[in-house]
Design a protein around this ligand. Sequence first.
Ligand SMILES: [Zn+2]
Ligand SMILES: [Zn+2]
Length: 322
Amino acid sequence: MIPRALLFVLLVLLVPCPIPAAELHGKVQELKITILSTMLADGDELGEWGFAALVEVDGHRILFDTGAHTDVVLKNARTLKLDLTTVPEVILSHWHWDHVGGFMTLRDSVRGAAPGALARTHVAEGFFYSRATAAPPVENNAMLRVRPDYEQTGGTFVVHDRPVQLYPGVWLTGPVPRKYPERNWSGRGRMTTSAGVVEDNVPDDMSLVFDTAQGLVVLTGCGHAGVINITDHARTFIRPARINALIGGIHLFNASEETLAWTTEKLRGFGVDNFIGAHCTGIETVYRFRRDLGLDRAHAVVGAVGAGFELGRGINAGEIAK
Ligand SMILES: [Zn+2]
Ligand SMILES: [Zn+2]
């Protein structure tokens, strides 16, 4: 005769327990994004042509991009009293100098006190392609030189060739399919791939997307893949939700009237509730988006250092961008 309590335990062990769908496709509960590098800055913070942001999501801390100058993100983090020794992960949105410039300085600034800080770096396939010019022979991709230095400090790179869920509801897009011809790059660069030397369309451009109960929050670096390709892709592999917030650089500063009109029409179709246009977005683009997406000054601003977004609370614009 099996005792009743033991029978219950056996039953619990034997009956297969389905993993709740919420855990497979989790939703982010708490999210705060703070800009650490962009052109506009308040008070003692420093502005530069570059981008970086600190992401705090459900107890995880991630540094997204590292600015252009070697020391600007480090100085801004100190001014804003943001401790980077408790940030294990880095995401580099693409190989360009204005997103990777502070990378080694930041790693060196934390590894003495915290060897595991900024020690794991996510990039997308194509990030380490050579961007050499033939005459004079110059390698423009600085990360090919930085890679062994970083690995010598104990740092590791993770190269993604597809979307990946880092934590429940926290998604990296990996390389973004170029469904629409947004051609959001200079056209002058060349890269060496297995198919030979071809135009550099920045195939490694990737974004970070958060799935929340309010919709998707999309964080971009330069958005070279095109903001519509990025958001359309995220809505395909995560879910076709509204865009609760679009934050970062989307490289439309020199876009034509036609491009701006097409882009806002597409975004209006998705639905955008908050917009922080930082870095290479362009000032005019921000105000065009504000008008054409039906947003107001509380929901569409130029991104400044120290400004950011908090899920459920919205945009904190800082002083100058209010
Ligand atoms: Zn950039
Ligand atoms: Zn770029």
